[in-house]
Design a protein around this ligand. Structure first.
Ligand code: BGC
Length: 386
């Protein structure tokens, strides 16, 4: 008995010594950590905080309360070298004034609604047309420009942030007071999990997403042309010249959008496929191959691989589609922490979502949310190395 007590004491001492002597070592049994600091003040005088989430193995995610924006994701390559694999800025003003939606929460409606109009329960609603003739990503002041209320979350295997925002009735033209919660969790399995929930007091439409731009070689490391993409998507939604879906669910077979076997991104982005020409690259919703239209199980939708660094990202989702956008409108005028300019092909987004323009497309899965219902959607970006 005495021997047992002694061995327990010895173990406790060893653990305490490890904590005191090796503060940076972050051994596997240690829980992750959350650090908070002031990030800046918006032009409207709102205080914005930055949270740094670090998991037990050292993966690090930074999120600011402005737009619920993921500003940095640091993951190791096959040799353990860390790099930030998302595009972003180094200052709040850039996020406020010139961001092409880097890393933010998009709402109320991810992607386009044709001509900024839709009809719900016999009533026509009009939205701001902020993208040619269409409404894009929630209108002029979407969720990406709101300061979200944050609460830290920590459990045995993850660290995270719960963000809430209440969107007033008719904000940006959308009906219903919408209570939205977005929970970011960084798990000890190197996953960034994003859970969305929402309720409304009037029938409305809702289609949130996260707009992170990924480059597994590292932010500013050059184009993603040599990265390899696989997707569980046998169809896509072709678009007209204003990037509104025609309504068709077209097979990817024989097109530039066929990633059902792993393919290099460069040739797809530079293909003369008429849909790629319209999008100036890939800017399309891929339809995930599901068992049935009502299947909302968490599935592996996309797998991006960077042969040079060995980094892999898997995107899992409960959503029916993923908008894949290869940064086609980046023109070299923006740059981030690396100081190197962002150009077309500098990154790729995986915007898990319902299909664009669903409120006007009766054949697409519905984005309607009614009073009494709770909207739920989850996405996981999981990082690995080969
Ligand atoms: C859209 C692009 C748009 C981009 C904004 C994507 O979701 O599909 O057309 O330019 O967001 O940065």
């Amino acid at each position: 008995m005495r021997g047992l007590a002694r061995s327990v004491v010895v173990r406790i001492v060893v653990v305490l010594v490890a904590i005191l002597v090796l503060p940076g070592a972050n051994p596997a049994w240690a829980a992750g950590k959350i650090q908070k600091k002031a990030y800046g003040t918006t032009a409207h005088g709102e205080a914005v905080d930055e949270y740094t989430l670090t998991n037990a193995s050292g993966m690090e995610v930074k999120i600011i309360t402005f737009g619920g924006t993921v500003t940095s994701i640091k993951v190791p390559d096959r040799d353990g070298n860390m790099a930030n694999v998302v595009l972003g800025f180094t200052d709040l003003k850039s996020y406020e004034t010139r961001s092409p939606y880097f890393g933010c929460i998009i709402g109320r409606y991810g992607n386009r609604i044709a001509k900024g109009k839709f009809t719900l329960e016999g009533q026509e609603y009009t939205l701001a047309t902020n993208n040619g003739p269409n409404s894009l990503h929630g209108g002029n002041v979407g969720f990406d420009k709101k300061v979200w209320a944050a609460t830290e979350i920590k459990d045995a295997s993850s660290v995270g942030l719960s963000l809430t925002y209440t969107s007033p009735d008719m904000e940006e033209g959308y009906p219903g007071t919408l209570h939205v919660k977005v929970v970011y969790a960084l798990t000890d399995k190197d996953e960034l999990k994003i859970d969305y929930t929402a309720t409304t007091d009037k029938a409305t439409v809702f289609n949130p997403t996260n707009h992170s731009y990924f480059n597994l070689g590292g932010e500013g490391s050059g184009p993603i042309y040599d990265e390899v993409l696989w997707m569980a998507a046998d169809k896509f939604t072709p678009v007209d010249s204003t990037l509104i879906p025609t309504g068709a669910l077209a097979p990817v077979a024989g097109t530039a959008f066929d990633f059902t076997v792993p393919k290099l991104l460069g040739p797809a982005i530079h293909s003369n496929d008429p849909q790629v020409v319209i999008g100036k690259g890939i800017d399309h919703n891929l339809v995930l191959t599901r068992r049935s239209p009502s299947d909302k199980s968490m599935m592996l939708g996309a797998r991006l691989y960077d042969p040079r660094s060995g980094r892999i990202m898997e995107t899992w989702t409960t959503e029916p589609g993923i908008q894949v956008y290869t940064g086609n409108f980046l023109d070299g005028s923006l740059y981030g922490p690396s100081g190197r300019a962002y150009r077309q092909g500098s990154a790729i987004t995986f915007e898990t979502q319902h299909f664009p323009d669903s409120p006007n497309q009766p054949n697409f899965p519905s984005t309607e949310l009614k009073p009494g219902q709770t909207f739920r959607s989850s996405t996981i970006h999981k990082f690995l190395v080969d």
